[in-house]
Design a protein around this ligand. Structure first.
Ligand SMILES: [Zn+2]
Length: 204
């Protein structure tokens, strides 16, 4: 791509480093910014910089936060004795969007995956075990992707917290809403049967 300005090219290069942004899209975004008032572009840049410099990782659950404890951990209305264990901050955002969960979270920062060189020590598993042992936790809900790595991680943590009276559950696995039975793989279909639920629990 031949650009008439080295500065323009530099900006395009920076944008195209973002996930899902190719050179053409980067150019479109940069040209859009070029048309804006300088103050607007300054505010745009400042917001990014502040986000990067001033956000923290919550000391308790490893969610993203503007202070040492995140807005969920410091909210007395949330059930602090309930922990939903997730892989990443994106999962917290996804579950929060459902507005159906009133407990806290624990972000592992990944899942155990020996093939990718990720072992338990690289994840926030120890602090989770500590929370379970010291904070009067009543239930751990695993909301990890239903994969071998996800199950390995659940198994590992489940062993690690023993002996314990904490209830350990995973989110249901089955046919996706709007999905079709005949296209579901056998494992999903089998699990859907295993985890069948009473019809009165259906929310229509
Ligand atoms: Zn937190």
């Amino acid at each position: 791509m031949q650009l008439p300005s080295a500065l323009l090219e530099q900006a395009v290069n920076e944008f195209s480093k973002l996930p899902g942004i190719g050179k053409k899209t980067a150019l479109r975004l940069v040209l859009h910014l070029l048309k804006q008032e300088p103050e607007k572009v300054e505010a745009f840049g400042a917001a990014l910089l502040r986000m990067r410099k001033d956000t923290h990782i919550c000391q308790r659950c490893y969610n993203i936060s503007d202070s040492l404890l995140c807005s969920i951990c410091s909210n007395p209305m949330r059930k602090q004795e309930l922990i939903c264990v997730v892989e990443s901050i994106r999962d917290v955002i996804a579950i929060e969007s459902t507005q159906q969960y009133n407990g806290t979270y624990h972000v592992l920062g990944g899942i155990i995956s020996p093939l990718d060189g990720v072992g338990p020590d690289q994840l926030y598993i120890e602090p989770l075990v500590k929370r379970v042992q010291e904070d009067g936790i009543q239930e751990l809900i695993f909301a990890l992707n239903p994969t071998i790595q996800g199950d390995t991680t659940i198994y590992y943590i489940q062993k690690k917290i023993q002996p314990s009276t904490v209830k350990v559950t995973t989110i249901a696995r089955g046919i996706a809403f709007g999905g079709e039975l005949e296209y579901a793989d056998e494992m999903t279909l089998a699990r859907s049967l295993q985890h069948r639920m009473p019809v009165e629990n259906l929310k229509v």
